[in-house]
Write a protein that binds this ligand. Structure first.
Ligand SMILES: Cc1cc2nc3c(=O)[nH]c(=O)nc-3n(C[C@H](O)[C@H](O)[C@H](O)COP(=O)(O)OP(=O)(O)OC[C@H]3O[C@@H](n4cnc5c(N)ncnc54)[C@H](O)[C@@H]3O)c2cc1C
Length: 279
């Protein structure tokens, strides 16, 4: 039996975590599975558990000065119901699990779980989201690609909580999201693709391409994106050139869900399909 803390606010939570190392539990949909034991036996929590799901400071969604801020304890369902969240973001969040899980699963939990198959991650990478971490001594902000360092690994400190995610909203007019799984619901991704592009007067002004489940972390390359912006327009020749560049950095593995060559081939096909649409 271990202690459980239910702090009333973020300050109280951070004070507890400053004194004692705790396991942060938000929706619990990852943790309860990871720590489960056989039927009838309590889950294996070896440190006090701190429940953060009800902290108001972590449950807000706001849009100010073109910055969308989503509290870490916002569930997928809450995000999908918000009037402030654009449709393409909602669609990406709604491809996760099933309605019951989405009522519990939080965006902060998906980020802190840091799995390359996490469904919110290609979207957040493509949007170049910034995570806000808070500890007793203050806040720090990190781009999501610097926060997540490997499968299940990130740079959060033991006394920190992920408070919120900040996204500078841009006007993308060509959007494609695809999650490829064994079935439509309650299946983890074999691979996923998120493409966001701003095309103006036939020219590519901004492009963000992110691939999930095909490397230890989400694949996104600012260098290749900048090269595409320099090209300005997409033609048959540069589609091949762009696909060749991504082929070098998409490095999937074989596992129980899929084969590496299927993952890579399908990602490159989705990329080709998306780029053709930009022609
Ligand atoms: C049946 C089922 C189906 C699923 N299907 C999918 C799917 O299709 N796609 C998908 O991506 N995921 C899926 N998941 C995984 C899970 O639902 C998501 O990763 C979810 O977003 C986790 O959120 P949570 O709040 O439940 O996290 P929790 O389980 O509470 O926490 C996950 C991890 O993050 C840490 N953490 C959580 N919040 C914070 C915070 N604010 N600050 C610091 N640390 C924090 C915890 O300590 C823990 O290490 C599924 C899970 C189940 C059980």
């Amino acid at each position: 039996m271990v202690a459980g803390y239910r702090p009333n606010n973020l300050k109280e939570a951070l004070e507890i975590m400053n004194k004692e190392e705790c396991i942060v539990l938000c929706g619990g949909t990852d943790l309860m599975v990871k720590r489960k034991k056989s039927a009838g036996v309590e889950p294996g929590f070896d440190k006090p558990v701190i429940f953060i799901r009800d902290l108001e400071e972590l449950k807000q969604i706001t849009l100010e000065n073109n910055i969308l801020t989503v509290g870490a304890a916002c569930t997928c369902s809450k995000i999908a119901q918000s009037d402030l969240v654009p449709e393409y973001m909602k669609k990406s969040v709604l491809c996760m699990a099933s309605p019951g899980i989405r009522n519990m699963a939080t965006i902060g939990g998906n980020i802190c779980n840091s799995s390359p198959v996490g469904d919110t991650l290609p979207l957040l990478y493509a949007l170049e989201a910034v995570v806000v971490l808070e500890g007793i001594n203050g806040k720090r902000e990190l781009p999501i690609n610097e926060f997540i360092t490997g499968p299940g690994q990130n740079v959060i400190r033991k006394d920190e909580i992920l408070k919120e995610i900040k996204i500078t909203m841009k006007d993308f007019n060509k959007v494609l999201h695809r999650k490829v799984g064994t079935r439509k619901a309650i299946a983890l991704a074999k691979l996923s693709f998120m493409g966001l592009t701003k095309v103006e007067n036939g020219k590519i002004k901004d492009i963000r391409l992110a691939f999930g489940a095909v490397a230890p972390t989400i694949v996104k390359s600012k260098d290749i994106e900048n090269e595409i912006i320099k090209m300005g327009t997409i033609g048959k020749d540069n589609i091949k050139e762009i696909k060749d560049k991504y082929a070098e950095i998409i490095k999937p593995i074989d596992d129980q869900r899929s084969k590496a060559n299927y993952r890579k081939g399908t990602c490159l096909n989705l990329l080709g399909y998306y780029l053709e649409d930009l022609m």
